[in-house]
Design a binder for this molecule. Structure first.
Ligand SMILES: [Zn+2]
Ligand SMILES: [Zn+2]
Length: 323
């Protein structure tokens, strides 16, 4: 693949979507760096994000040295800036250092970012991911707990009732909850609040996704899929000839719609039949609209795939979108 002569921000977003599933992702990373060198970015401010993207691509192929070279160059372009993108790039650098076994350097990179936990809504995610990758989930838990307490102490009024209402606190609670599940902790009151806000947000997202009144994001788990197409063979036209094709179609549709609120609605044959005639498209759309069940997308590359196969997303449905 050869990149276009001049790269816009939209091009970069598209490359981000497609590069990891491409035949030669490292070639794309090298071309991104070359485009920066040659001044072939429509917006010079995209140099940092382009190099960060190159570093992430290299990381995805476990090319840690290349990843570090790209991220170092990204940090050079950010200069002394310590705003969100620069901080996220530092967290990426820490993650690469952890992966490369350079723990002390990784910690030295990540520790100065800690105050951002109570300032930047994206910090809880990139900091906890870096620490978890470095086998420091307990440290992440400690930092997040302290940040939650700090934000709660400053917060006035009643407990938040929605993710929007909670703001930064939501992102802290969410990451803390995730990390504590990974550590096998019992729920505490912060986790209970996190789960309540997460459920509310997920339901709102599922309703928003369903409001388009189509069954495009209706997902049939494997056993349900087999039952569905055995009983209603005509539906293979709609959902795919087999389960692999079904998942590939969904993954492509998810990539196409890609945004922070995309969710899948898992279906059951019994549920659909209760809603009416399964061969009727309107029945299926209504069934999706009425569902409060959801699967959020995309998972982390190394997390279990959304389809429930038990395989890592990067080895399961992520590559299907390229098929
Ligand atoms: Zn939980
Ligand atoms: Zn999958």
């Amino acid at each position: 693949m050869s990149l276009k002569a001049d790269l816009t921000s939209t091009d970069l977003a598209e490359i981000r979507q497609s590069a990891l599933g491409a035949a030669d992702p490292l070639g794309i990373a090298a071309e991104l760096a070359a485009a920066v060198d040659a001044g072939r970015l429509s917006d010079p401010d995209d140099a940092g994000p382009a190099l960060v993207l190159a570093a992430e691509i290299a990381e995805s192929r476990s090319k840690l040295d290349a990843g570090l070279r790209y991220v170092d160059r990204a940090l050079e372009t950010y200069g002394k800036s310590d705003d969100g993108p620069a901080a996220a790039a530092r967290a990426l650098r820490a993650r690469l250092l952890f992966r490369a076994g350079r723990e002390d350097e990784a910690l030295a990179e990540i520790e100065p970012l800690r105050p951002l936990l109570t300032q930047d809504t994206e910090a809880p995610a990139y900091i906890s991911v870096a620490l978890a990758v470095g086998g420091r989930a307990r440290l992440a838990e400690e930092w997040l707990t302290e940040a939650v307490q700090e934000v709660l102490a400053e917060r006035e009024g009643p407990e938040p009732t929605s993710a929007e209402d909670a703001g930064l606190l939501f992102f802290l609670l969410q990451q803390r909850h995730r990390i504590r599940h990974a550590l096998g902790r019992q729920h505490d009151t912060h986790d209970v609040l996190a789960e309540r806000l997460e459920t509310k947000l997920a339901n709102a997202n599922a309703q928003a996704a369903a409001a388009g009144s189509s069954d495009d994001l209706l997902f049939w788990p494997q056993a349900e899929f087999e039952t569905l197409v055995t009983r209603f063979p005509a539906l293979t036209e709609v959902y795919g000839a087999d389960w692999d094709e079904h998942r590939a179609r969904l993954e492509r549709e998810l990539v196409r719609r890609s945004g922070p609120d995309v969710v899948l609605v898992p279906g059951t044959v019994a549920g659909l039949e209760a809603a009416g005639d399964p061969s009727d498209a309107k029945t299926r759309a209504d069934y999706v609209s009425a569902s409060t069940d959801h699967i959020s997308w995309p998972p982390e590359r190394n997390s279990p795939c959304w389809c429930g196969s038990g395989n890592k997303y990067k080895k399961c449905c992520l590559p299907r979108s390229r098929g």
